[in-house]
Design a protein around this ligand. Structure first.
Ligand code: ZN
Length: 342
């Protein structure tokens, strides 16, 4: 009996010793982590901030073009607007603490060179992104996905090489072509939003004729392009026909008495060539057509008919965001090629 009690005591003693050792270890690890060796002394500005990695695996993704660095912050819920301030060297974005999906924190040797930091020690989550230039940095909620915040940081002092006016055909009570609750006005707005994001990232200033579901009169549309001192005007539409076998994409141009005829044909051709490169669209080519927005525009312009809502195959494609995004990418390539071919 005595012996057993002794053993129990000894066992209890060992337990306490191990527990103390374990706590000590935890304490040591904690202390090391809180030291935060990732921030160099040079970066006093980011004193309370920890380095954040923006890459494809996290909820902050990073990509860059010749003109901009782009960070997309993936949030849990929809944002209508985002709170941000522009300081001398950094842009500070304030989010609700649990708003961001998953902070992708990478503690690496090279992380000293990163230019994005976070601080979650206060009530809000603050994200700090380094600027290169004072002007032309943008923070916006993605027009097609309100859970995403898009940050563009200019890599050049003047990142815009031209101005493009984008027109999302129809709007408001003018629904355009439709099929079973699917409306042309909604698809064109989505395509224009995707195109706008691509164009900006690739160094084009964008002016949209409409940002939301609203009606614009035809004479208003060309006027916006003329007054924006734009270099190009692109109007986006979806086609429809009583005969449902018609399908594919086409680009319309028009010249009044030969006005800008060569440029306008070149623009239509260049964009059309890119449009058919993805998603197996039938190539209906380019055509000359006296359409109001083309007639009244003073700058080279094109009206795109991107698929037939009346055709089953086209309609199925038009319901997919990836397809509409490809239109945005390809319109941008066309615009880019138009300028570089000069
Ligand atoms: Zn239309």
């Amino acid at each position: 009996m005595n012996v057993r009690v002794k053993n129990k005591r000894r066992f209890g003693l060992w337990c306490i010793v191990f527990l103390l050792m374990f706590l000590n270890l935890i304490f040591a690890i904690n202390k090391r982590l809180s030291n935060d060796s990732t921030i160099s002394k040079k970066q006093k500005i980011a004193l309370n901030y920890k380095v954040l990695a923006g890459d494809k695996d996290g909820s902050i993704t990073y990509s860059e073009s010749k003109y901009f660095k782009k960070y997309i912050i993936d949030c849990k819920s929809n944002n209508s607007l985002v709170k941000w301030e522009e300081g001398k060297e950094y842009i500070d974005i304030s989010l609700k603490k649990d708003e961001i999906k998953k902070l992708n924190i990478k503690v690496e040797e090279s992380s000293e060179n990163k230019d994005i930091y976070y601080d979650d020690s206060s009530n809000n989550l603050m994200i700090k992104i380094k600027k290169a230039y004072n002007e032309n940095n943008f923070v916006n909620v993605d027009s097609n996905d309100a859970k995403k915040i898009v940050v563009l940081i200019a890599k050049e002092e003047k990142p815009f090489r031209a101005t493009v006016v984008l027109d999302a055909g129809h709007g408001g009570e003018d629904k355009g072509a439709s099929y079973n609750g699917l409306f042309e006005k909604d698809i064109t707005l989505k395509i224009v939003n995707f195109t706008s994001e691509e164009l900006m990232f690739n160094g084009f200033k964008v002016v949209k004729t409409r940002e939301k579901d609203e009606l614009l009169y035809l004479n208003q549309i060309a006027k916006i392009a003329n007054e924006a001192s734009a270099d190009l005007f692109v109007s986006v539409h979806i086609n429809s026909n009583k005969i449902d076998k018609y399908k594919g994409v086409s680009a319309y141009y028009y010249d009044v008495n030969g006005f800008q005829k060569d440029e306008r044909i070149k623009l239509a051709r260049t964009i059309q060539k890119e449009l058919i490169k993805n998603d197996n669209w039938e190539d209906r080519g380019i055509a000359r057509e006296s359409l109001s927005v083309l007639r009244n525009s003073e700058v080279p312009c094109v009206l795109l008919e991107l698929g037939f809502i009346s055709n089953y195959e086209d309609r199925s494609k038009l319901m997919k965001d990836e397809v509409l995004k490809n239109f945005g990418i390809n319109i941008t390539k066309g615009v880019s090629n138009y300028f570089s071919a000069e």
